[in-house]
Design a protein around this ligand. Structure first.
Ligand code: TXA
Ligand code: MG
Length: 328
């Protein structure tokens, strides 16, 4: 669809797929209950899971949420960009968007196309990731279109998303801020801006990964980003390569071609997340590669967690844990 058609659709209670710098979003007016319900229906998203609202800047955030000193500092430091702030909502925000909560998630995206659209429609835009609920977030237009198949809404193609994983989500509704979803903006960068320590409530502790025996995982609440193909996840790459769970024809997702695979004879299908193991490149390619691996419809995909403390790779590890069907 053209830019003008997209503006027209969004102004008339319709939904469309738009690019952001993190992942593609399924966008609609945040003030139209009719459009919001279409988004929930198309995604198959439980009505208990609230949507993110996108705005141009902190001034526009003030129109829909009760901002505070923390939000001002964070918006100044990181907006436009991949940081979502949870703030008390104002009355104009339909309760359908917040799943009945008194808070709303607000983010100012940096993608030029999304910003141009926001400028034209002059309304806040809700946009959850453009994937059916619990499936892989799309980082290019083709993946979003394929995911919705026959039911795909109109879309604007903005190429490959620059970042490749979803925004960091931070709750600013309580006395002390806490991170709800780790992402491209690190905890330490946020702490530096706020001048205070913050908590992390990302639910990782519940997830077993170190046990000797394979465990069925993740728990219901942690299930997310899942490919249709079972994903076997290992604590490190050595464990993966030496595992007797690897069977001929399986898919292996590797950080880069530098990883030495001795067992070529087993005829694995190999996917590389980057050319030299660069964290930004790995993050940018992660969901696209997972999607591509999934589309081959093989028996199993194998991947391993990243060992280092780079914050982007920690966020990729978080997505891997949520995508895994078995952890070793
Ligand atoms: O990067 C992103 O954030 C992308 C792009 C499209 O902007 N959007 C995205 O939306 O990832 P979604 O809906 O897939 O993830 C939003 C997350 C969900 O985990 C949701 O539960 C949480 O934010 N969330 C939304 N409103 C909330 C609220 N009021 N309180 C707590 N969590 C909230
Ligand atoms: Mg999502």
């Amino acid at each position: 669809m053209s830019f003008d058609e997209c503006v027209y659709a969004l102004s008339n209670h319709e939904i469309c797929i738009l690019p952001t710098e993190t992942v593609y979003g399924l966008a609609c007016s945040a003030l139209s209950v009719e459009a919001i319900l279409k988004v929930y229906k198309l995604k198959g998203r439980p009505s208990t899971n609230p949507l993110i609202v996108h705005v141009l800047d902190h001034y526009s955030a003030e129109e829909i949420s009760v901002t505070n000193g923390f939000s001002r500092k964070l918006a100044y430091a990181f907006w436009p960009g991949p940081l979502t702030l949870i703030l008390p909502k104002k009355k104009c925000v339909p309760s359908e968007i917040t799943a009945g909560l008194n808070s709303v998630a607000v983010r100012s995206p940096s993608h030029p196309t999304f910003r141009k659209i926001l400028n034209e429609v002059k309304q806040p835009l809700a946009a959850p990731s453009a994937n059916p609920s619990n499936k892989i977030s799309p980082t290019n237009c083709k993946d979003a279109v394929t995911a919705f198949g026959m039911n795909c809404p109109p879309f604007l193609d903005g190429g490959q998303c620059e970042i490749g994983i979803e925004s960091t989500v931070i709750d600013l509704t309580a006395h002390s801020p806490s991170i709800l979803r780790i992402g491209p903006i690190s905890k330490s960068a946020i702490e530096e801006v706020l001048g205070t320590e913050i908590q992390s409530k990302t639910g990782q502790k519940e997830k077993k990964i170190d046990t000797e025996k394979p465990s069925v995982s993740p728990g219901l609440g942690l299930k997310h980003y899942a490919p249709s193909t079972p994903l076997y996840l290992y604590t490190d790459i050595e464990k993966m390569l030496n595992s007797n769970t690897l069977i001929r024809d399986d898919i292996l997702i590797l950080p880069s071609p530098n990883v030495m695979i001795q067992s070529h004879k087993k005829n694995f299908t190999l996917f590389y997340l980057s050319s030299v193991g660069n964290p930004k490149e790995i993050t940018k390619n992660f969901f696209r590669i997972l999607n591509e691996a999934d589309s081959l419809k093989k028996e199993r995909i194998h991947a391993s967690l990243f060992p280092c403390s780079d914050h982007l790779l920690l966020a990729v590890n978080d997505r891997l844990r949520r995508a895994a069907s078995k952890c070793f």
